[in-house]
Design a protein around this ligand. Structure first.
Ligand code: RUB
Length: 269
């Protein structure tokens, strides 16, 4: 069961990659009696992100390898299209701030770097430090200067004058819901700081992120990721937070850049 294990321990991380790797894993169970059981195990491995839920809902209507291939293609293509729509938002000389490791946000940044030089400010992303993965990946790209910061410096990077100020924030998401955008813990703080300093805050998301589930579970991860046991101390380790719409400038989708009101309409439809 290494795919489920790898999803749980974050070897496979990010909503899109979790869905892609799960789909590929499920190929071997198509038409077998274990298929539904495997789907449930995969879904329960990380309950917050909606992408896998949405693709499995589609797959269950037509559970074939052909359908799996189509869904994989659609997921990959959505990031390419998001990149095309989002890249013009990054100007030469920009300072783009991001959080965690999002394939959609990175697709935009990499697309922009084909023609422009700019800086990407990467938050470390405690406790599992996915920001290090982001920084390493971007460091290989010509035209991008990478600055890595601890999460608690993110607000400083969004305000003058100690660290040159970021002029745009682009993050990914695990689920787009009526009450706001769910993403890696710390995103909400980032959005608050960006709003305080009038810095545009964009979310990169394919339609697979639209979440019409009645309830959503905010995953709580093992507390050892933060610290070993301390007597008389309750340690909590929520993996995601919800950023209210009022702090979000727009969502960069594969069908263009959509304002929160347009997103609301899609969610209601
Ligand atoms: C990853 C995370 C990413 C979203 C979007 O959290 O919050 O921003 O999943 O990723 P974790 P993508 O590391 O806990 O999975 O844009 O690749 O779908």
């Amino acid at each position: 069961m290494s795919v489920v294990k790898d999803i749980k321990n974050l070897k496979i991380q990010g909503a899109t990659d979790i869905a892609l790797k799960s789909l590929n894993y499920l190929k071997r169970f198509v038409g077998k009696k274990d298929f539904n059981k495997k789907c449930t195990l995969l879904l329960n491995a990380r309950p917050t992100a909606v992408t896998l839920y949405n693709v499995l809902k589609e797959l269950k209507k037509t559970p074939t390898k052909k359908k799996i291939n189509e869904l994989v293609k659609a997921l990959n293509e959505s990031n390419q299209r998001i990149a095309k729509h989002g890249a013009p938002l990054i100007k030469s000389g920009s300072r783009v701030q991001t959080h965690c490791h999002s394939s959609s946000a990175l697709a935009i940044i990499k697309e922009a770097a084909k023609k422009k030089r700019f800086t990407v400010v990467v938050d470390e992303t405690r406790p599992k430090r996915q920001g290090i993965k982001t920084a390493k990946e971007l460091a290989k790209i010509r035209n991008i200067k990478v600055v890595l910061l601890v999460d608690s410096a993110a607000g400083l990077a969004l305000s003058p004058p100690v660290i040159p100020m970021s002029d745009i924030v682009i993050v990914g998401t695990d689920a787009i819901r009526k009450q706001g955008v769910i993403n890696k813990i710390g995103t909400y703080f980032l959005a608050l700081a960006a709003a305080e300093h009038d810095i545009p805050f964009y979310v990169a998301a394919s339609h697979f992120k639209f979440d019409k589930r009645k309830r959503v579970e905010i995953e709580e991860r093992p507390t050892e990721e933060i610290y070993k046991k301390i007597k008389n101390v309750e340690i909590r380790n929520p993996a995601f937070d919800i950023t209210p719409w009022k702090y979000i400038t727009a969502v960069i989708t594969e069908n263009g850049i959509k304002k929160p009101l347009e997103i609301m309409k899609i969610l209601k439809g």
